[in-house]
Structures are given as C-alpha cells and as structure tokens.
Ligand binder design. Structure first.
Ligand SMILES: [Zn+2]
Length: 105
C-alpha cells in the first residue's frame, strides 16, 4: 500500500480547492499589504474584479510544493486581458517574472 506524503506526516490531506482557496487568501492579503491594486503588467488601476494572480509555473508544478503558490516570487497580480495574453506564452511568463520578481527560483 502506498501512502501519500500527507498521510505519512499524519495530517489530513487537503483538497485541491481548499489549497487554492488558502493560497488565494494569502496572495490577496499580501497584495493588499504591498498596495498592489493595479495590473502589474500594464500598470492600470482596474477594479479589483478584473485582477487576479498569475503564477510563474503551471498549476501541476505546484503539486507537493503548494506553499509556493502564495510565495511572493511565484505570483503577479494582473488583469484579465494580460492573463489572456501571457497564458499560452510560458517563455514570456518566465521573462516577466524575472523582470518583476528578480532571478530567484
Ligand atoms: Zn493588464
């Protein structure tokens, strides 16, 4: 029988939704604390509903390293339009992170 990491350390395994919710909550308060109330790509102050975090890596990359989802080096707050623009451009996404968050991995 194979045990997941969460089972081994004796904690209840959280659902993906719960993990994402928790990460989004942390990101939201961190963005508020750092006064990021604009799109970090085009610099425009959109209403909050048009802004959402974009992650440095694909969702699947964060499996087992969920704590990085809310790590400040791993997300940027951008508008829906910029989301659509970088979504299918992983190279550009990495470049943007390098510029906005530095060379840290
Ligand atoms: Zn934007």
């Amino acid at each position: 029988m194979k045990y997941g990491k969460a089972t081994q350390i004796g904690t209840k395994k959280k659902s993906r939704t719960a993990i994402n919710k928790e990460a989004n909550k942390k990101i939201k308060s961190s963005a508020k604390y750092r006064s990021i109330n604009y799109c970090e790509l085009d610099g425009i102050n959109y209403p909050e509903k048009f802004l959402a975090p974009a992650h440095k890596k694909k969702r699947v990359w964060y499996r087992g390293k969920e704590h990085l989802l809310s790590s400040e080096d791993h997300w940027i707050k951008i508008c829906t339009s910029c989301h659509g623009f970088i979504e299918s451009k992983p190279y550009l996404t990495q470049l943007i992170f390098k510029v906005l968050r530095g060379g840290k991995k």
